[in-house]
Design a protein around this ligand. Structure first.
Ligand code: CA
Length: 227
């Protein structure tokens, strides 16, 4: 079952989201507060995507995101941000979200984002097994990454980026290509999401994230795996 959790305190916006997701075939669970969302996620371990509003009474959406990520790296997380709050997007992604949607959004945009994350957070099983590029070992069967034998926790998007890099060693990839490969061609978002996710990934995989040697920057173009 394709199960989605919607956390939004404004009931009119929440109904709009819920109605449209149900229409698109999703099984939807609703929450009005962060505390309620965390409680419902505990009871519904099969939720695959969570939509989190940021401004909430009680704990905010960033904190909810952080708490979900502390125990669950597989669930897809989309932050619902306000148009004026540009920084929210970056903060949200840095706390572990996979994507964001800016209010007001259309039903088509919303379902396209949820569909894209849903595709990544399950389904697509790999048959090949492992990609080994010391010190990294990517296991495509259980979607895990190890560095020097130590597991590194990745979100679904970070995993998809790592897989893309490790399948294309030494190749300069433009930010547009990365957006296409990782988020899909029907993605509505901005190129900045690529930079923010790579910044976060570097913090996890590089020896020194301020002087990256694995994911290197190709100035004015994009990124490359290795030198
Ligand atoms: Ca709100």
């Amino acid at each position: 079952m394709k199960k989605v959790l919607v956390l939004e305190d404004e009931s009119s916006i929440r109904s709009f989201i819920v109605i449209n997701l149900r229409r698109a075939g999703y099984d939807v669970i609703e929450a009005e507060s962060g505390e309620e969302a965390l409680e419902k996620l505990k009871e519904n371990s099969d939720v695959r995507v969570a939509l989190l509003d940021i401004m909430l009474p009680g704990i905010d959406g960033f904190e909810v995101c952080r708490r979900i990520r502390a125990s669950n790296s597989r669930i897809g997380i989309i932050m619902l941000t306000a148009r004026s709050q540009e920084m929210d997007k970056v903060t949200g992604l840095m706390t572990g979200a996979d994507d964001y949607v800016t209010k007001p959004f259309s039903p088509a945009e919303l379902t396209a984002r949820v569909d894209a994350l849903m595709r990544r957070s399950g389904g697509l099983e790999e048959h090949s097994g492992e990609i080994s590029q010391p010190p990294f070992l990517l296991n495509t069967r259980n979607r895990t990454l190890e560095k020097d034998g130590v597991r590194i926790k990745l979100t679904q998007v970070e995993y998809a980026i790592m897989k893309m890099f490790m399948e294309n060693p030494g190749k300069a990839l433009s930010r547009e290509e990365i957006l296409d490969l990782v988020w899909g061609r029907d993605y509505f978002g901005e190129l900045k999401i690529v930079d923010v996710n790579i910044r976060r990934l570097r913090l996890k995989i590089e020896d020194n994230a301020t002087n990256p040697t694995y994911i290197t920057t190709v100035w004015g173009y994009g990124y490359k795996w290795g030198f």
